[in-house]
Design a protein around this ligand. Structure first.
Ligand code: SAH
Length: 395
């Protein structure tokens, strides 16, 4: 690995790094030696000169994302070793499985690789860089993926247009780095099939993070009238029908998402009479739906992407949940989620409590939900926990 320069931290700023927190903020830096380019590798030292590790430098508030917390310079095997460790963790969690051939292989800080996401869809790797360093290293990462996954890897598609820092975004950034599997491509998740279109779809093309929560929905769906709002690819709708729901309605503001949901319903061979989709705003849709649904899923996009948007986001979650709590039949089940990182578990819970108070219904908590094992959270980087959910019983 070519190390472009050395960073010495201010006194006391070594502590969080020694506790394996992977970020160094610009204010923690005493000196920067060497001709370091944006995205280049740097060595990080304490004020006493002790080597703390190595990471990607980036001009911004998070100045270094730590990639190695060891004293030796990372070797040429660095990417292969990290990818192997990620494969080992997934295998420990039972992934892939005979009924699951799509999972997240790299989840940023949770896999010791801040700034990098890789989702694997039955041999198709979608790589997403959130930092300049990962963008610069994308070819090395793709080569390491080929080495680690061997014959099992068909394609590497790099998709970072919307995730790189603003100045680096360009329409021609997205490209195939290896192979080229035709889209859409079908994956299997707990035996259910889904079309994945990574070129046109949102994020990497599919929300793998709801896999176990979708499965749990099955337990509550048999014979029920189910409303899946913010449905995107229809993930929750497919699981509800698989479990024998009497009727499923899917809602998404995007026409494309609704079309994708319909395709996935057909792909799984469900009778279209049991399913209807609506290209509508969820808030509008819920207005006149009192007493129609036994089960409602609320899985909105992140209402807050930044800390300063948190207050507005909380108001949005509160209103959405209150409307659903008012609309749901008695003896109803509400699956409610937030994927806003800046709204933590406690704040989300408190928001749901205030929605319940406003709705004036008797509500019990049945489950606390989170992201699955292929989206691991480093215990030293609690910011990595972003998906929060509750299963509520509405009397
Ligand atoms: N539940 C999905 C993921 C949801 S992603 C899954 O399991 O895969 C969020 C979706 O909400 C996107 O498809 C987006 O188009 C949709 N959306 C955003 N704002 C909306 C609104 N106000 N009403 C309905 N859908 C909305």
């Amino acid at each position: 690995m070519i190390i472009q320069g050395k960073i010495t931290l201010k006194k006391g700023k070594e502590h969080s790094i020694e506790r394996f927190h992977p970020w160094i903020f610009s204010g923690a830096i005493q000196t920067l030696e060497g001709a370091v380019e944006d995205g280049g590798w740097v060595e990080v030292k304490s004020y006493k000169g002790k080597v703390l590790g190595f990471g990607h430098y980036q001009n911004g508030s998070i100045a270094v994302r730590m990639l190695s917390q060891e004293a030796e310079t990372p070797s040429q095997h660095f990417w292969v070793d990290k990818l192997r460790a990620a494969v080992t963790l997934r295998a420990a969690a039972g992934l892939p499985a005979s009924s699951i051939n799509a999972f997240r292989l790299i989840h940023g800080e949770g896999d010791g690789l801040p700034g990098l996401i890789i989702d694997l869809y039955d041999g198709v790797a979608i790589m997403q860089a959130h930092s300049v360093g990962m963008h610069i290293d994308r070819h090395a990462i793709s080569a390491a993926l080929q080495q680690v996954l061997g014959e099992g890897l068909k394609t590497v598609y790099y998709k970072s247009q919307s995730t790189l820092p603003g100045k680096m975004r360009s329409a021609d950034q997205d490209e195939y780095l290896f192979g080229m599997t035709a889209v859409p491509h079908v994956i299997t998740e707990h035996g259910n099939k889904f079309f994945i279109d990574w070129e046109e779809g949102q994020k990497t093309g599919f929300f793998l993070d709801q896999r176990e929560n979708r499965k749990l929905l099955g337990d509550f769906s048999k014979g029920k009238h189910v409303l899946n709002t913010f449905c995107y690819t229809g993930g929750f709708s497919v699981y509800a029908l698989q479990a024998g729901a009497a009727l499923v309605h899917s809602v998404d503001a995007s026409e494309k998402a609704v079309a994708l949901t319909r395709k996935n319903i057909d792909l799984n061979g469900f009778n279209a009479n049991y399913h209807t989709s609506y290209a509508e705003d969820t808030f509008d849709f819920l207005k006149d739906k009192q007493g129609q649904y036994d089960v409602i899923i609320l899985d909105p996009p992140a209402f807050a992407k930044h800390r300063d948007a948190r207050h507005q986001a909380v108001k949005g979650y509160q209103r959405l949940n209150m409307e659903a709590m008012k609309a749901i039949k008695s003896n109803g089940i509400l699956f409610t989620f937030s994927c806003s990182q800046v709204v933590d578990r406690q704040l989300f819970y408190d928001t749901i409590v205030s929605a319940a108070i406003q709705a004036g219904r008797q509500i019990k908590v049945l489950y606390h939900l989170a992201q699955p094992a292929d989206h691991p959270v480093s215990i030293f980087h609690p910011e990595g926990e972003y998906l929060k959910g509750l299963v509520l019983y509405v009397a």
